[in-house]
Design a protein around this ligand. Structure first.
Ligand code: GLA
Length: 739
């Protein structure tokens, strides 16, 4: 039993392997949060955390003059706007009479032995127990149903809320966030993951201050600029020690994550749909379901927190045939050819790739309509037979005959003004009639909230995907939303369009992925602009960044690893000088970095040297050999890139400690400067390990304890001469347990 209810104390305790989550119903019927953290072993923490009286914090009517019951001073589960809690709220509503002060009280609860499916929204799945608590406004029949599903193995609680209107009149929802996490203290840092196109998910760690730190998106997608995942941790928390709480939203649209320190020096974290630009009209009898958030606790530092997310998302978020299956090593033609390709060029790249062991060719942007450049043809998902002569079936047969699979790029949510689709349906893009349209990458956005639009795109994609033996789809999205307005909805309901857009995208994805269960879908949005847990429910892998520079990727993949598994991180070896930075890195280094993700190539293999081709052959073999260690193993960040960026080191260790892979890459070499010590992780302390370098040379045999606690000095870059270059040197060491 992971969910306990004490009827006398009206106390709920959710137990996971290492954590407890506790809340209770107070004397006035309000649901108060008590604890999420270390295991309490059955005890209640009620009565120990009160801040005491503070003036200007009002008591609700039912509490008379009992100011200690002020919602402003007590820890909440689902705080509302308008009833005396002045901190960040989860819900704001306007009743038919204009009143805006709901008072949510406990009404009932149920314990379910499974996780309810959130219709039309991503959600965790798998074996778990769920607590469903129904709250009711004291004055009307407005209900809020809170869901808590307990994934005990990963110390994770999946939370969401459903607002149900039985008031007999319409209700306007002004804010409907997913979850709140209140703490009786605030000596914390916030880690968030900011960025820009081609430089996503950079870690920023900042102490909380009085007031609010909010990270958010109003771009219509989760965005490159911020990520719907934050961590709150002790100031002293490291990779291996300290309390950390992760809050990750399973949603791909506008979000807000807010960490606030209040007048009593208590911290509140809220996460959910961004209320900016949002409103929802709820008729009597209707309900609104928020997206889900996965809350994870670790008392053993940031590393354990990440590993819990990795396993939870790999096993209980990603779905379908490809969730846990070994992904094919692919070659993508984007950086190899951009728009300048035809079937002969593709087949010639594929021939070389097949010979080197690569398993799939992905035909990127440019195969359809009149798409000779990025000014036109989005929306015309019909093969261009000038480029792909003989059509897709013929190309696919030729690729399959080489023993390779074939994949295809789409950008389903977009429309070019110079397209057949736009000429036929100029009103299908997001725009406000009578006003201008903002362009970005020369394109407009389709109104995915409209069923007829989705149906049309679906039918075109379905026809292409049924026309040949496709194994993979890259689902791209290359601009953010503007002019958000839909012809489907009346003026007073335009605040629903951002969310309905996301629901529309999810619906189209669900439909196509159900129809083509064997196809591996990879997400993309100008690289990693929609790298979120919502998308991972539909795509088990996402192109991590348009930046393929191995050195820059170190930081991008480092940040991404905090909340997302390695098997989700699309990563390729590309040509040098690199197309984004102009930097030249060794081929070996590019391989080491790309191998910490879903491995592939993105360059013309006919243009590289024979020696590099041999490296490709060796890399593919090595990736296959190490696949399960990299994807199923435990991932450890060995050096803190927020402190130094000269050297990056990370490790994969098998769960049972039988083997490990240590990766080291130099981003900056300094003269006369000894490299740092590396302390390995995840080994069996009293077992012996043989350590071999990436030339196959045995370095020696040491015990796990020695390698973990005494450590080893990172090699100096000059030792990488074996690869012909010391700039940006990379090393891989394999550890094999002998006894
Ligand atoms: C985006 C993607 C790239 C490529 C181009 C094609 O930028 O991230 O990988 O597919 O679109 O236009």
């Amino acid at each position: 039993m992971s969910i306990l209810f004490d009827e006398n104390k009206k106390l709920f305790t959710l137990e996971t392997a290492h954590a407890s989550y506790q809340m209770f119903v107070n004397a006035y019927g309000f649901l108060q949060h008590l604890h999420f953290g270390e295991k309490l072993g059955g005890g209640s923490c009620e009565g120990l955390q009160g801040t005491g009286f503070m003036s200007f914090s009002p008591a609700p009517d039912v509490a008379g003059n009992d100011y200690l019951a002020s919602p402003d001073l007590t820890q909440q589960e689902y705080p509302v706007f308008g009833s005396g809690d002045y901190r960040s709220h989860c819900m704001a509503v306007t009743f038919a009479d204009g009143g805006r002060n709901p008072e949510l009280c406990y009404q009932s609860h149920r314990i379910l032995t499974e996780k309810p499916v959130l219709e039309g929204l991503p959600g965790l799945h798998g074996s778990c127990e769920t607590l469903e608590i129904t709250l009711r406004d004291r004055w009307t029949d407005l209900q809020v149903v809170l869901l808590y599903s307990v994934f005990d193995q990963y110390d994770a609680i999946a939370r969401s809320a459903r607002i149900v209107n039985h008031t007999g009149a319409p209700v306007e929802i002004n804010a409907a966030l997913t979850a709140c996490l209140d703490f009786p203290e605030s000596g914390f840092d916030l880690l968030h993951f900011w960025g820009r196109h081609a430089m996503e998910r950079l870690v920023e760690r900042t102490p909380l201050t009085h007031g609010k730190i909010c990270v958010d998106s109003v771009r219509g997608t989760s965005s490159h600029q911020q990520n719907p995942f934050v961590i709150v941790c002790d100031h002293a928390a490291t990779e291996d020690a300290g309390r950390c709480w992760g809050v990750s939203l399973l949603y791909s649209g506008n979000f807000t994550a807010c960490a606030e320190v209040d007048q009593a020096a208590c911290c509140r974290v809220t996460m959910g749909i961004n209320p900016t630009g949002f409103s929802w009209h709820l008729e009597n009898g209707e309900s609104f379901q928020t997206p889900e958030a996965a809350l994870v606790y670790s008392g053993e530092g940031l590393g354990a927190l990440s590993r819990r997310y990795h396993k939870l998302y790999r096993r209980n978020l990603c779905r379908g045939e490809w969730a846990l299956k070994q992904r094919p090593v692919l070659i993508n033609n984007w950086e190899a050819t951009y728009f300048d390709f035809d079937d002969e060029k593709l087949v010639s790249i594929a021939k070389t790739a097949a010979d080197l062991g690569v398993e799939m060719l992905v035909v990127d942007d440019g195969w359809f309509g009149n798409r000779f450049d990025d000014n036109r043809a989005l929306g015309d998902w019909v093969v261009n037979t000038e480029k792909v002569r003989g059509g897709m079936k013929s190309l696919c047969d030729r690729i399959n005959a080489l023993g390779m699979k074939l994949g295809l790029w789409f950008e389903p949510e977009m429309i070019s003004e110079d397209s057949e689709l736009y000429r036929a349906h100029p009103d299908w893009c997001l725009h406000v009639p009578g006003r201008g349209k903002s362009r970005s990458r020369n394109q407009l956005v389709l109104d995915m909230s409209r069923k007829e639009v989705r149906d049309h795109i679906h039918d075109m994609m379905h026809a292409v995907l049924s026309s040949a033996n496709f194994s993979y789809v890259k689902w791209d999205m290359n601009r953010h939303l503007t002019d958000v307005w839909s012809a489907e909805l009346p003026a007073g309901r335009q605040g629903e369009v951002y969310h309905r857009f996301v629901l529309g995208v999810y619906e189209l994805l669900e439909r196509l992925e159900t129809e083509f269960p064997h196809i591996l879908f990879e997400g993309c949005s100008g690289g990693g602009g929609r790298f979120d847990a919502g998308m991972l429910y539909y795509h088990p892998q996402i192109w991590c960044s348009d930046n393929t520079d191995a050195v820059e990727r170190l930081e991008i993949q480092y940040g991404t690893s905090f909340g997302y598994p390695i098997s989700a991180v699309g990563s390729h070896v590309s040509a040098c000088p690199n197309h984004q930075t102009g930097r030249t890195t060794p081929f070996h280094t590019r391989g080491v970095v790309a191998m910490s993700g879903t491995f592939g190539y993105e360059l013309d293999l006919n243009k590289i040297s024979e020696e590099e081709k041999e490296q490709v052959r060796a890399q593919v073999k090595q990736y296959h050999r190490l696949y399960s260690l990299i994807n199923d193993g435990d991932y450890y960040r060995l050096l803190d890139m927020t402190q130094q960026k000269d050297l990056s080191a990370w490790e994969f260790a098998a769960e049972d400690g039988s083997r490990a892979l240590l990766n080291i890459v130099y981003a900056h070499v300094r003269a006369n400067c000894p490299p740092p010590m590396l302390y390995l992780r995840g080994l069996t302390p009293d077992a012996c390990y043989r350590v071999t370098d990436d030339t196959g040379r045995e370095l020696g045999v040491w015990t796990g304890a020695v390698l973990m606690y005494a450590g080893m000095r990172a090699p100096i870059p000059q030792e990488a001469r074996a690869y012909g270059q010391t700039d940006y040197a990379a090393f891989q060491f394999e550890l094999e347990r002998l006894s």
